[in-house]
Design a protein around this ligand. Sequence first.
Ligand code: FIX
Ligand code: ZN
Length: 438
Amino acid sequence: MDDGLQQRVEQIAASIPITDIHTHLYSPAFGASRPGDPGGDPLLLWGIDELLAYHYFVDEVFRVLPARSEPGSLGPAQFWAMPVADRADLVWQKLFVERPPVSEACVGVVDVLTALGLEPDEPDLTRYRSWFAARDIDAHIDEVMRLAGVTKLVMTNEPFTDLERSRWLENPRVADDPRFAPVVRVDPIVERWPEACRKLAAWGYGVADDLSGDTIGEVRRFLDEWIERARPEYLACSLSPGYRHEPDSDDPALHDFARLFDECLVATAREHGLMLALMIGANRGIHPEMQIAGDGLGKTDINQLVSIARTHPDVTFLVTLLSREDQHELCVTARKFANILPFGCWWYLNTTSQIREITRMRLELLGTAFIPQHSDARVLEQLIYKWRQSRRLIGECLAERYIEAERAGLSVSDAAIEADLDRLLRGNYAARISAGVH
Ligand code: FIX
Ligand code: ZN
């Protein structure tokens, strides 16, 4: 490996301001958690207890607890009934004290603690809790973003979530924070229409389960009102692995899905000059008792995405797929349809081995015309480890391509390297949203 080039890329990568295009973080006005003081329905989560209560650790701690039939075992219902601090204590003891932290999420917490100037091997959470309790949230957000190298955080704002809806209706300026950008995320319209229909009707929209009357027009009115309220940078929805885009289907369920997708979501994105993000492959609730930790994944049929891209060539679709096995098909399909913009190593793919594998594949097939990563952070300090790692890995993969280019006879300048890294970490996204109307 050409160490000189590798080091040049790593140094430049360390200086590029990052836009994090998909997070579950919120500006403080939405309500921030208070270390040591549970309750209050916070939307912005931060601090050691929330870091360790993150749903990735729910999966991992259950794998080391005694089996249900053994003494000391714990069921999901009992676990979720515990206060967040007790859950955090259990996770710390089981995954960090009784054994070395090895998993992606565990090593990430070690990285966060070290980056914040804390010893990462305390026997319990006492010192961490007093350190976080002394932090001012606004200054802490600035510090975490500085350490992560992130200058813009894109939120996931869900108008069908009662708590979030209430925060917007209480304070129309709730998102007015230059560090954060809104997104309108509307899964229920396409994933859970009966639930969405009930809520929309209760909110005064003239909608019907069978899409009769002016249901489509009323869903559009709902979306237009939220675009006016939130001024989102893009629209978003997630789709289950088995979704089908078949507008001409005789199956009423498929026909209705296609109408809501095409005539509401895509038509609204088109009218407002917005991208529509499609996050495809989450099998929600395969283990319901695990609650937010109970989602699995599944492979998807890429031909459904082909149908969407062909039907709507004038709309850009930000696309991320959850199955590792779907990544090569996504890259090849994105070569055929320039209105498909692959992004991120989503969720279970946000690991050292998968970031490398997927980024190498994308650079080889798409050059620098994609968005390599988002953090998906739900707890503020996760930004630190997720971006320190991704920035390094993306830089390593890009350096490998430059080494191939130099092997073929081309030398790559620092200016060219900086331009490429800016495209990947900020520019490719900025170019698409500036084209729209916000
Ligand atoms: O649909 C999504 O936005 C997923 O990222 C979340 O549902 C998931 O829980 C998550 O945060 C994964 O990292
Ligand atoms: Zn997410």
